[in-house]
Structure formats: structure tokens, C-alpha cells
Design a protein around this ligand. Structure first.
Ligand code: URA
Length: 239
């Protein structure tokens, strides 16, 4: 693909466009081993080799990571008090301007997509797209068939006169506590917890298992992450 040199290098976290401009002036940028002093020059990332301070820069535009988010970290890029999911990334991944796609609560675990592809994030989060999100939940009280029916019809969220879209509730075990799978099509604040509150129950553990066609790789330990496969990226884009 054809881009300006400064755009490529700043996208890859090498420095700001201003810094890249200065580096180019000092002769620190080579394209196909020739010094290029004009950082606004357009090059073809499929053909041209870029070196910054004699280090080959392999251009990657988008990064897609799947994290098994641990409890206790926030799904944000920065936070004044808590560790963020971005803090958990390796240094080589931190250089990209990555952000989590949507939010999981601080105490929720499981599948979190982290990327720098704003278009894909927008598509997955768009309320009009109704992307299914499936969670494993443990709740304090029994879950009844009445709750299954209520979820399938949509429940009124407390403190907000809003009726959710139909959701699928599958009981794994009902008791004290109970466990279940819940699939929702929206991403309202604390949605699963509030849906259970609406049927007089309380979530005590929540883990996201899937988002659209993307499933949590259960081999990832809590806090670990990996790059998506080409196949997973393709599936997400087709969604
Ligand atoms: N619903 C919640 O209540 N919390 C989450 O983190 C995700 C969905």
C-alpha cells in the first residue's frame, strides 16, 4: 500500500510525525538503502524497504490481539488508578496505538479484542449491528425457567427505563450459586449484571467467551494474549 513515510513510521510508534521529519532531515531514514530527507515522500510498503536509524522497519498496518482479560485491570488505554489491559502488553506490541474494542468491567474476565483498526472496532460495537456476545456467569441465587423466558423477551434495566433486546439464557446448574451462559446483542453498561438484578439475582463471576464469530482461546491463561489468526481476522471482518 502507498503511504507517506512519516505516516508509516508514526503509525508504527517510531515517533511523532514531527520527530520523523527531524530524523529524515538528519539522514536517519533510508528507503531501499538510499537516504531520503523528505519524510512526506510516498512509498509503497509492498515494494520499498524502510530503514530507520539503519534498522529495517517491517510495516504492519493493523494489529489484532485476543486477550483473556484478568479481573482487576480496566479495559482502557490509560487510567490514573488502575492497571489497564494495555499495561499488560509486551513492549513490542505497546508501540502500536492499540485500544480495547468495547469494555469489560474491571472484575470481568475473558475475551477482549485489542486492536488499532478503528473501522473494525466501530463495526463490532455499532448498536445497529447486534453482534452477539456470550458470557459464562455465576450468580448468587437459583435461575428459573421464568428468568429464561424473561431474558428471551428482554428485561427492563433498573435505573434506566430501557428494555433490553431478547437475550439467550442457558442454565448450566441452578442452585446457590447457579451457573449459566448468557448471550446478549447489545453492550449497555454493566448489562449482564443489571439484567440479573432485574430478575432479583446478583452476578458473582462473569467471563466473556465470544464476540461475534471470535471465540476465546481457552489455552490462554488469564492475563495472556495472542495475535489473531488470519482466519479469525477474516471472520470478524465479514461480520
Ligand atoms: N455485562 C456486564 O455486566 N459486565 C461486563 O463486563 C460485560 C457485560
Amino acid at each position: 500500500m502507498k503511504f507517506r513515510i512519516d505516516k508509516i513510521l508514526s503509525n508504527m510508534g517510531i515517533g511523532s510525525r514531527k520527530q520523523i521529519k527531524q530524523d529524515a532531515r538528519k539522514g536517519h531514514i533510508k528507503i531501499n538503502d538510499e537516504i531520503v530527507k523528505d519524510s512526506s515522500k510516498i512509498i509503497d510498503t509492498d515494494i520499498d524497504q524502510i530503514k530507520h536509524k539503519d534498522k529495517i522497519i517491517k510495516y504492519v498496518q493493523y494489529i489484532y490481539l485476543m486477550m483473556n482479560k484478568p479481573s482487576g485491570v480496566v479495559s482502557a488505554t490509560e487510567d490514573n488508578f488502575d492497571k489497564t489491559v494495555i499495561d499488560l502488553l509486551n513492549e513490542e506490541d505497546k508501540i502500536y496505538n492499540l485500544f480495547p474494542v468495547g469494555r469489560l468491567d474491571k472484575d470481568t474476565e475473558g475475551l477482549l479484542l485489542i486492536t488499532n483498526d478503528g473501522q473494525l472496532a466501530h463495526d463490532l460495537l455499532s448498536p445497529r449491528k447486534h453482534v452477539d456476545k456470550t458470557y459464562y456467569a455465576e450468580v448468587e441465587e437459583e435461575i428459573t425457567e421464568k428468568d429464561v423466558k424473561a431474558f428471551s423477551e428482554g428485561v427492563i434495566l433498573t435505573n434506566e427505563n430501557y428494555k433490553t433486546l431478547p437475550a439467550k439464557l442457558q442454565i448450566i446448574e441452578s442452585g446457590y450459586p447457579s451457573s449459566c451462559y448468557v448471550t446478549i446483542k447489545e453492550g449497555k453498561f454493566h448489562q449482564v449484571k443489571r439484567m440479573f438484578n432485574a430478575v432479583n439475582n446478583e452476578v458473582i463471576y462473569l467471563k466473556r467467551l465470544s464476540m461475534g464469530p471470535l471465540k476465546l482461546d481457552e489455552r490462554l491463561k488469564v492475563g495472556e494474549y495472542r495475535h489473531l489468526t488470519d482466519n479469525e481476522i477474516e471472520m470478524l471482518k465479514q461480520k
